[in-house]
Design a binder for this molecule. Structure first.
Ligand code: AMP
Ligand code: MG
Length: 418
């Protein structure tokens, strides 16, 4: 579809996302101390450097023994074994367990040679035990070989891949890294994102309101979204609607930033400075119109090898534009395996009337009830409405055409914010 007046060609969101992802530049990598790796994306696959566990490990406190010695043992009929040593955690057993023998052992300690099972302390009675002398233990349970013994490599074989490049380092990943001795972890550098809010109506947060002016909220909102996506926001001063100034400031920020986001000035009004910049710059415009609501004029270009995401100034459109285009880019630049938002099916909990034929991405609030996702629009869904964002945890997608959707219909929802 061509917009003759403004020379805009409309593309689908899927095509816009494809073009964005085609131009992803992988972030550089860095090594950080293990503790600082939390929340970052791994830049290398991690394999087990040794089997886990690397010794036969007792799963209980009790006695290591030969299972065959306990045949026929029961609560009523104990089998007596000679206790030849005690193996606390962290020490190495020195004796081999022979027929009729046992070693007292703690959870996590190395099972001695010759033993093939550990009986729980609760199923035994120690008899004649004296300091320095092993004594005897009465075992009241028949054991099978392997009982309560964790074999070498049960959790991981040596060389087995445990963590995939691009995954987020969370508590579980950190435990794996620690267990395999990674005091330094190779991660992707966090993408630095210069955020520019444009609009001569914008006041700083600490300024009193003035007629015709508003406090700029999009920049702060975007800064949070950038952080959620693993990036570092560089919140730039608000810019008036002056294209020369915008151009200068964007270029000045290029040194410190991996990408730019602008908000505002991207549609077709007199003061739409981004639209004007795209008309005269030496960058490459990837698209400047998407068949979607909100945010159809959302534009993305490449300039000096960096992407410039020009999001709408309307808070709702700005939020949605970030989730559908910028977040996938940030994720992909840190090698996330699935950069696009994941989709699920949900039951719509309220009627929704749709004014335009474009696909619509409605800010939604979801909950799980009896194992089913139910979703409703988060507050009023006009692109200019800002307060609905606070409840938003997903986007409800209504396809092209049609007039909306009725309560009880199944709808597609996109997960956001991770
Ligand atoms: P624009 O995209 O510049 O035409 O702006 C669309 C609407 O969003 C206008 O009502 C603006 O005042 C508003 N707006 C633009 N930038 C911001 C911002 N940073 N924070 C909050 N609202 C904004
Ligand atoms: Mg504006």
């Amino acid at each position: 579809m061509n917009d003759l007046k403004f020379g805009r060609q409309t593309i689908s969101l899927e095509e816009a996302q494809r073009r964005v992802l085609q131009h992803v530049r992988l972030q550089e990598t860095e090594e950080v101390p293990l503790f600082e790796a939390y929340g970052r994306r791994l830049a290398e696959n991690v394999c087990a450097g040794s089997p886990l566990p690397h010794f036969r490990r007792s799963g209980v406190d009790g006695y290591a023994l030969r299972a065959s010695d306990t045949a026929g043992a029961s609560l009523a009929a104990a089998v007596c074994l000679e206790v030849v040593e005690t193996v606390p955690c962290g020490s190495v057993p020195v004796k081999t367990i022979g027929p009729g023998q046992a070693a007292k052992i703690m959870t996590g300690a190395a099972v001695p040679e010759g033993a093939d099972a550990v009986v729980m302390l609760e199923m035994t009675d120690a008899v004649h035990q004296e300091i320095g002398l092993g004594g005897t233990v009465a075992v009241r349970k028949a054991m099978n070989p392997g009982d309560n013994v964790t074999p070498v490599g049960e959790e991981a074989a040596a060389g087995e891949q445990l963590l995939q490049k691009g995954c987020i380092v969370g508590p579980g990943e950190t435990a794996v890294l620690a267990a395999f001795g990674h005091s330094l972890v190779k991660v992707y550098k966090r993408p630095r994102v210069a955020i520019f809010s444009t609009g001569s109506e914008l006041l700083p947060v600490d300024a009193p309101l003035e007629p015709g002016k508003i406090r700029g909220s999009n920049g702060y909102m975007l800064a949070c979204q950038v952080q959620q996506a693993g990036g570092v926001p560089l919140l730039m001063p608000f810019l008036p609607d002056e294209t020369d100034r915008l151009e200068r400031e964007l270029l000045a920020a290029a040194e410190q930033a991996d990408l730019w986001i602008t908000t505002g000035g991207v549609s077709v009004g007199d003061k739409d400075v981004l639209a004007e910049l795209f008309g005269r710059w030496d960058g490459e415009l990837l698209f400047n119109k998407i068949a979607m609501r909100p945010g159809s004029p959302t534009s993305v270009g490449l300039w000096r090898d960096k992407p410039l995401f020009a999001l709408s100034g309307n808070p709702g459109a700005c939020y949605v534009g970030f989730e559908l285009l910028v977040r996938p880019y940030l994720r992909a630049s840190q090698e996330a395996p699935d950069p696009l938002p994941s989709a699920a099916t949900a039951i719509l909990d309220a009627d929704y009337d749709k004014g335009s034929a474009y696909p619509r991405y409605i800010r939604g609030a979801s909950r799980v009830e009896h194992g089913t996702i139910r979703v409703r629009p988060a507050g009023r869904d006009k692109s200019s409405i800002m307060v609905s964002m606070k409840e938003t945890d997903c986007l409800i997608c209504l396809p092209a055409g049609g007039r909306g959707a009725r309560r009880g219909e199944l709808v597609r929802v996109l997960k956001i914010g991770d």
